[in-house]
Design a protein around this ligand. Structure first.
Ligand SMILES: [Ca+2]
Ligand SMILES: [Ca+2]
Ligand SMILES: [Ca+2]
Length: 185
């Protein structure tokens, strides 16, 4: 059972699957299950919230949280934030519906404006949009959309060549509507 619980937790952490707090046994937490690299320092922690709970993970064992998953009371993931470049800011946000991803926004420079958007359908990516500034210090840029089929890119097109970064951000956020994050977006 111990190994099974660890496996379930591992899948949960690295696959963003719906999961329960597998380390919790009879109301107490088996702390060894929270230490992924066996150095004696826990790498996963939990925090209760009003409608569910948070799960925090340090994937690269540098002492800083780089995954923050929010689960509902049904143990299905509702939203997640990732620090995919391990610079200390959780720049990648995903929202889920019934445990499946709906949309992801990435604030690459952590300036409060989304730079990349991913939209999913049936658990696979449907399209992505990249905002590319026209030049250094500019507020406007172009939007490039990539269409995916069966999870693979099949078409690339420029949607707009001169749009305000803020407008792209607001458009991206409309796919993540109803969700707010503690973080840089
Ligand atoms: Ca550890
Ligand atoms: Ca870390
Ligand atoms: Ca980051």
């Amino acid at each position: 059972m111990r190994g099974l619980r660890f496996l379930l937790c591992f899948i949960c952490v690295f696959g963003s699957f719906s999961c329960v707090k597998d380390t919790e046994v009879g109301g107490s937490v088996d702390s060894s299950m929270l230490d992924l690299n066996g150095d004696g320092v826990p790498d996963i922690s939990y925090e209760d919230a009003d409608d569910g709970y948070y799960e925090f993970v340090d994937r690269n064992f540098d002492g800083r949280v780089d995954v923050s998953n929010y689960y509902g009371k049904d143990d299905k993931v509702v939203s997640s934030k990732l620090d995919d470049n391990f610079d200390g800011t959780l720049e990648t946000k995903t929202i889920y519906k019934n445990g499946s991803p709906v949309a992801t926004a990435v604030d690459v420079t952590c300036n409060g404006l989304a730079d990349i958007l991913f939209v999913y359908e049936f658990d696979v990516i449907e399209f992505s949009e990249n905002f590319n500034l026209v030049g250094p210090g500019a507020s406007k840029g172009s939007i490039e959309r990539v269409i995916y089929r069966f999870g693979l890119p099949v078409e690339k097109k420029i949607l707009d060549k001169e749009v305000e970064h803020k407008a792209f951000h607001e458009s991206s956020m409309s796919y993540l509507s109803g969700h707010t994050y503690r973080g840089c977006l």
